[in-house]
Design a protein around this ligand. Structure first.
Ligand code: MEV
Length: 425
């Protein structure tokens, strides 16, 4: 019989019932059901209240990058990631960038942009002026919907208006700038724009279509920079090649994307550990990389007049230490405690610094031994574990696979079997 994915009321069922349905659908055995139904360190009730149609949990490794010194303060940086080598690479690069105050990183005010798109207004350019004329009234109205944040010193700060051309004629695009302090800000912004849209409609005589934040967080830019003796990265020649790698990324968007992916390896791993909206961060970062009309690297590496390798990074980061999943997920709370951060600004500064370090590690590896060596070691360990090795045997089998240049599951199994037969591995 053909399977039918139309399951009315699925969302109303308890977790176990949903899991049962899916198990039957996919022919999951008891073992698989019990793996999926294991919520690990996220209590089932919390998981069930976070998103819809929950049937289980999925755990990723939670690691800590060491050696980070940022703005003169030491940090242990929690990272959640599935990719081998990223945490080791971040820790290595952080060691290279520890001198003095370490990596410098500065975020400005935590301002988000809320957008209202008005269509069908007559004389849109004139109406844009009218909106600006009413700026104070609009801001006062907006403050009514963000009282808590206003009390804390944040809230609506400014209004910007543009008229953008489109296939359906001019669209009045209103931006309300809100200092969201330590929140990521999506809820605050969306509440404001939904509530002030009628006022804008009245001023313009048009109709509000979209009322939502922009994830192009150009008012939440973080700048990180670092300077290191070339000896720390393996010498002058390697430092020069790192600069060349940076120039190649500037010249070639195909490379720039991979270059930026390396930066996001670090940024997103911290974002996951602290339960941020990482999709928002990614979307904003890549849009920012394209701000000139051509996709560019978010970071640049140069050599200064004293022959030091210097790196700089500019990235929009929309993160929060209050509200959202950060305050709900027990592990995210612990991650923030390990970091010792209280403010979104500090968290954003750390994330940019990690991005810069991650980038340095990737470029250094790429221009020297290549990245496969480090990757392959962890890959080999993974294969050894998957093949059934435990304890010291994992390293032994991995070592042997690397030595023989045969890093495959099959070979891991053969080695394990040989070991179990009493042979030397
Ligand atoms: C792999 O996850 C990231 C890198 O490809 C980044 C880069 O190429 O710069 C190594």
């Amino acid at each position: 019989m053909e399977k039918n994915s139309r399951i009315p009321g699925f969302y109303k069922l308890p977790v176990e019932e949903r899991l049962k349905i899916v198990a039957e659908w996919a022919g999951l055995d008891e073992g698989e059901v019990s793996i999926l139904g294991n919520f690990g360190n996220l209590p089932r009730e919390i998981a069930d209240s976070m998103v819809e149609n929950v049937i289980g949990g999925m755990t990723y490794p939670f690691a800590v990058a060491v050696n980070f010194r940022i703005n003169g303060k030491d940090y242990l940086v929690p990272m959640v990631i599935e990719e081998p080598s990223v945490v080791a690479a971040a820790s290595n690069a952080a060691r290279m960038l520890r001198d003095g105050d370490g990596i410098k990183s500065v975020a400005g005010p935590q301002e988000m942009i809320g957008q209202i798109h008005i269509v069908g207004a007559r004389a849109p350019y004139y109406k844009a002026m009218k909106i600006l004329e009413s700026k104070q009234e609009i801001l006062d109205e907006a403050k009514k919907y963000s009282e808590t944040i206003v009390k804390l010193g944040g809230g609506p700060k400014d209004i910007e208006v543009r008229v953008v051309d489109s296939r359906m004629g001019p669209i009045i695009t209103v931006h309300i700038i809100v200092d969201v302090l330590d929140a990521m800000g999506a809820n605050t912004i969306n509440t404001i724009v939904e509530n002030i849209a009628p006022m804008i409609e009245k001023i313009t005589g048009g109709e509000a279509r979209l009322r939502i934040l922009s994830n192009y967080a150009t008012r939440r830019i973080v700048r990180a920079w670092a300077r290191t003796n070339p000896d720390n990265v393996g010498g002058r020649e390697i430092a020069e090649r790192i600069v060349e790698a940076s120039i190649i990324a500037e010249a070639d968007p195909y490379r720039a994307v991979t270059h930026n992916k390396g930066i996001m390896n670090g940024v997103i791993a911290v974002a996951l550990a602290t339960a941020q909206d990482h999709r928002a961060i990614e979307a904003g970062a890549h849009a920012y990389a394209s701000r000139t009309g051509v996709y560019k690297p978010l970071s640049t590496w140069e050599i200064d007049e004293e022959g030091y390798l210097v790196g700089s990074l500019e990235i929009p980061l929309q993160v929060g230490t209050v509200g959202g999943a950060t305050r709900v997920h027990p592990v995210a709370k612990i991650a923030l405690k390990i970091l010792g951060v209280k403010t979104a600004k500090e968290l954003a500064e750390i994330m940019a610094a990690v991005g810069l370090a991650q980038n340095l590690a990737a470029l250094r590896a790429l221009v020297s031994e290549g990245i496969q060596k480090g990757h392959m070691r962890l890959h080999a360990r993974n294969l050894a574990i998957t093949a059934g090795a435990t304890g010291e045997l994992v390293e032994k089998i991995a070592e042997r696979m690397i030595k023989d240049g045969k890093i495959t599951y099959e070979y891991a199994r053969q080695l394990l079997e040989a070991y179990l037969r009493g042979e030397k591995v």
